[in-house]
Design a protein around this ligand. Structure first.
Ligand code: NDP
Length: 452
């Protein structure tokens, strides 16, 4: 059988781009990649990157307030959303070009079209062109999910938020996960009146209880109207905005409604039906440790497989796939102890087990320090940080490390190396502190705050 390409990648996001680049540049493969939207995928175009830039933008009012306490004569003035948005667009164009350049320099042929599978070795582009490929990699990511309620089409998702014409006066954010909580803080920081409605008793389900409580408390103190155990029954257009009817029949009007109620794998319309590729209950493509589907020539990486929906994980999966198939280095991705950060204000950085999960598995000691950091204490703010180690009582091994406060995302990356190496509490203790920092609290936690 002759093939046009050794590898055809569908999807130009983090996982697909990495796989294509490595297969072509290091594996010597003839590679093509199809992307229907902008190169870079969710993370670069409408996720992590623009989100983080919005986080930076939203932190300035607090920083300026602190600056005044430190003796600076400054005035914040107003926030110019169109100016920021134009700059953001420039930056995304730069990044998109860099992704494109990386692919073409590696010799990858790019098709700016949607593609779907015809059979185990054939793909068809939207314009009808067909190619035969020895291997096909599906890296189509995920998309926001909005529950079916009357008026759901009046709501936007994180896909649309970066392109808003103007900042709303009042926003309703529905959901209690990563995206909802991050945007609640961002918009609040930018001066929008934010209401966050979520069905659970607390935001950030699955994270360490003490940490998520502190994040939620801080968000409420910063002025976000947190509404636990609430559901939205319907949305309707009203002369003064979008009217939300809550589960208890109460009604309220907002200028914008943002739904962040989870994401689902993007596997529909790819022609997978009848090919023998297994799909899970959420539409995720079922793969083995090598990202191979039940059809030997078809692989899938990233959010479409619904393993851990994080960019660095998709990149690892794409890279391991290329190493395995095109470089003769069979390699599986280790999905254990993946650290992550939620860019709420305050940030939450986490690796390993929460106190609750660890306790369910055995006896633990919990070391935690809650304190007001020097920088903001001086400025008269009440903000508290939390540093926490969850330690196995029998082995002394650190099972989980959790940080709430400024810089938590940066700190957890470092702590994750130690935790991944299997560090014990004694290893943390014999590491001399860097003073004066907030991170030093991680190596100076002397007595357990809780012992089982
Ligand atoms: P999450 O899974 O984090 O949160 C979904 C939220 O929506 C939960 O609060 C959930 O409630 C709620 N929900 C789900 N279904 C419904 C429903 N039918 N009605 C009302 N509420 C509902 O999803 P996100 O969309 O926030 O993020 C998707 C993924 O993207 C994350 O899991 C993460 O992997 C990734 N991400 C990572 C970031 C980072 O690393 N900083 C940032 C942004 C996204 P409940 O808890 O009760 O189920």
């Amino acid at each position: 059988m002759t093939f046009d390409y050794d590898l055809f990648v569908i999807g130009g996001g983090s996982g697909g781009v990495r796989a294509a680049r490595i297969a072509a540049s290091e594996g010597g493969a003839r590679v093509a990649l199809a992307e229907e939207y902008r190169m870079g995928g969710t993370c670069v175009i409408r996720g992590c990157v623009p989100k983080k830039l919005m986080v930076y933008a939203s932190e300035f009012p607090a920083a300026l307030q602190d600056a005044r306490a430190y003796g600076w004569q400054v005035d914040a003035g107003g926030f110019d959303w169109p100016q920021f948005r134009a700059r953001l667009e420039q930056e995304l164009n730069r990044l998109e070009a860099a992704y494109r350049g990386g692919l073409t320099n590696a010799g990858v042929t790019i098709y700016d079209q949607r593609a779907r599978l015809v059979d185990a070795h054939q793909v068809e582009l939207a314009d009808g062109t067909r190619f035969r490929a020895k291997h096909i990699l599906i890296a189509t990511g995920g998309r926001p999910f909005i529950p079916e309620i009357p008026g759901a089409d009046l709501a936007i998702t994180s896909n649309e938020i970066f392109g808003m014409d103007a900042l709303p006066g009042r926003v309703l954010i529905v959901g209690g996960g990563y995206i909802a909580s991050e945007f609640a803080c961002i918009l609040n920081g930018l001066g929008v009146k934010v209401t966050q409605s979520f069905r659970g008793t607390q935001i950030l389900r699955g994270f360490d209880d003490e940490c998520r409580s502190l994040v939620a408390r801080s968000m409420a103190e910063a002025g976000i109207d947190m509404r636990p155990e609430t559901t939205v029954a319907a949305l309707s257009r009203h002369e003064s905005g979008i009217r939300a009817t809550f589960g208890d029949d109460a009604q309220e009007t907002f200028d914008l409604v943002l739904y962040a109620t989870g994401r689902v794998p993007n596997s529909a319309g790819l022609g997978l039906e009848g090919l023998g590729v297994g799909l899970g209950a959420r539409g995720e493509i079922v793969v083995d440790g090598y990202s191979q589907t039940a059809v030997p020539s078809i692989f899938a990486v990233g959010d479409v497989t619904d393993r851990i929906a994080l960019t660095p994980v998709a990149i690892r999966e794409g890279h391991a796939f290329a190493d395995t198939v095109f470089k003769g280095q069979a390699r599986q991705v280790d999905h254990e102890l993946v650290a992550s950060a939620i860019f709420t204000q305050p940030e939450l950085g986490t690796v390993g087990m929460s106190e609750e999960d660890a306790r369910a598995q055995g006896k633990i000691d919990v070391y935690s320090a809650s304190f007001r950091p020097m920088r903001t204490l001086f400025a008269g703010r009440e903000d508290r940080m939390l540093m926490k180690l969850v330690v196995a009582q029998d082995s002394g091994k650190v099972l989980g490390c959790h940080i709430v406060g400024p810089g938590a995302g940066e700190m957890i990356q470092m702590a994750a190396i130690a935790v991944k190496m299997g560090a014990t509490k004694a290893d943390f203790d014999r590491t001399v502190a860097v003073h004066p920092t907030v991170a030093e609290e991680l190596v100076t936690l002397r007595n357990p705050s809780r012992r089982d």
